[in-house]
Structure formats: C-alpha cells, structure tokens
Design a protein. Structure first.
Length: 275
C-alpha cells in the first residue's frame, strides 16, 4: 500500500496572512496538529510556518496581533513595506526564532522564491539550508513594496508569490509525495485600485519583474487541480476585513480570529485528514 503523507499549504497575501496565522495556532493548540509530513508556505505566511514548526505559537500571536498592525510597518500612500524592520527588529531581536527546533523538525518544509535573473521559481527547503531570517526576507520581498532583492546562495530572489499560484503549490506537494493536503487560503480577488497600482508600478519595474506580476494577475487560481489527492480547503467564511496593506489592529485581529474559527468549524474534516 502507498504510504500516506499529509501536506499543509498556506498562501501569501501581506496582512491577509493574519488569517493563516490564526488557523495555524488553532491547529497546534486546539487540535494538536503540530507536525505535518510536508509544509509549503508562500510569502507573508512563511514566518508563521517557521514559528509553527519551532513550536512558538505564542510568538505567532504576538507578531500578528501586536507588532504587525502598526503605522511603522506599512505605509499606505505610496505603499511601502518596511520588511527589514520586520525581519531584523521584530523577529530577530524581539521574538527570536528557535532555529535549532526548526532545523530538527521532522516536517519537510518548502518556501517558493523567484529568481530575479531567470524569473523561475525555486524552492528553499530543509535540504537547502540558509539563514531562516533571510529566507523569510526573500519570501516576503514583494515587488514595488520592498524595493529590492535578497541574496541566497549567491543569487538574488524576490517574493515567490509573484510566480506561483495555489494550484502550483498543490502540485508541488503532490510531487513531494503528499496523498492528503490541507490548504489554508485567504485568496480574494484583487480590487480595482490594487490592479491599477500593480499595472502602473509594473511600467517602472525591470522587464523580468513586470512580466511576472502582470502574468500573475491573469492566471486562474484553481484550474486543473490534481485528481489523485485528497484535498481539504479552509478559507474565509466571509470576506476578510483586511487587505494587503491594512494596519488597523481591530481588522487584523478579526482576520486572525476568523482563521481560528474557520479551522474549528471544519474540525472533524481536519482531524480525519490527519488521523
């Protein structure tokens, strides 16, 4: 019989990732699910994945409910993400990651990043170890918002979310041997204002970045799913009150709580998947 492997996937999306953070804390503390066989996380959810695998659930809550929804993190006009402050001050100094716990986890984890020179997606994992803070920085280096790339192993990388959608993350989990997959997604359609911001910013970007982000806007999110895998999707029960740049604490807390509630609403299905 084929060995069963369960994968967990969380999507990116800036401050919308508060939803996945709440869901992960609930998975661990309420359902006792702490070590999936495979974990794939993109962009803004990568930090929560690392802290989840290191067993630092209280720190996930502190990051999302106290540190991130603040004016010094996200500037709205023009949009700007102070990513270095998040990684170097909040995470590395204030709430340091237990790197030893992450390095010894039994879970095989994968983080998509985009090679700035080739435009191709590369997956950083346990098998290609880099400084986890730099992996988080690279994974969150959103074009137009961060304003730079991150060096890993001698190459320059930006946010992997500009080059992969959820279907591709699911296919990656399948290639790694997953037979069951829990997807935690905060995906909603882009607003008209966000689409125009991306298009205008793309005109000023280097050709490779422009091609990637405009292509990403056109792709269908859930086309051509693998048929030979058991899939459970947990998503917002109603439209999230946050967007990519939201910094209102009350709204971020609401998104975080919704992630917790939506996981518990599907408790039976989740526990069956991981049983």
């Amino acid at each position: 019989m084929k060995e069963e492997k369960v994968a967990l996937i969380t999507s990116g999306g800036g401050m919308k990732c508060a939803y996945a953070a709440g869901a992960l804390v609930t998975l661990a503390k309420e359902l006792g699910i702490k070590r999936p066989d495979i974990f794939i996380s993109a962009s803004g959810s990568v930090g929560a994945m690392f802290y989840y695998l290191a067993g630092q659930y209280a720190d996930i809550e502190k990051v999302w409910l106290h540190y991130l929804p603040a004016a010094e993190i996200v500037r709205t006009f023009p949009p700007k993400l102070r990513l270095d402050y998040v990684v170097d001050t909040i995470l590395r100094r204030e709430l340091p990651l237990d790197e030893r716990a992450l390095a010894t986890t039994s879970t095989r984890w994968f983080v998509p990043v985009t090679d700035l020179d080739t435009g191709r997606t590369q997956y950083v994992s346990n098998g290609t170890w880099f400084d986890p803070y730099e992996v988080m920085r690279a994974a969150k280096a959103i074009p137009f918002l961060y304003g730079g790339a991150v060096r890993l192993g001698g190459r320059s990388y930006i946010d992997g979310d500009v080059n992969v959608n959820m279907v591709e993350l699911i296919r990656k989990a399948r290639r790694e041997g997953a037979t069951k997959i829990l997807v935690i997604t905060n995906t909603i359609k882009l607003t008209g204002a966000m689409k125009w911001f991306i298009r205008i910013s793309a005109l000023l970007a280097r050709p490779m970045v422009r091609q990637l982000v405009l292509h990403d806007m056109r792709r269908a999110e859930w086309d051509h799913l693998p048929s030979d895998v058991e899939l459970l999707v947990v998503g917002p029960s109603y439209p999230l009150p946050v967007g990519t740049f939201t910094r209102v604490r009350r709204k971020v807390a609401e998104a975080y709580q919704m992630g917790k509630d939506d996981i518990l609403a599907k408790r039976e299905d989740v526990e069956k998947l991981f049983s």
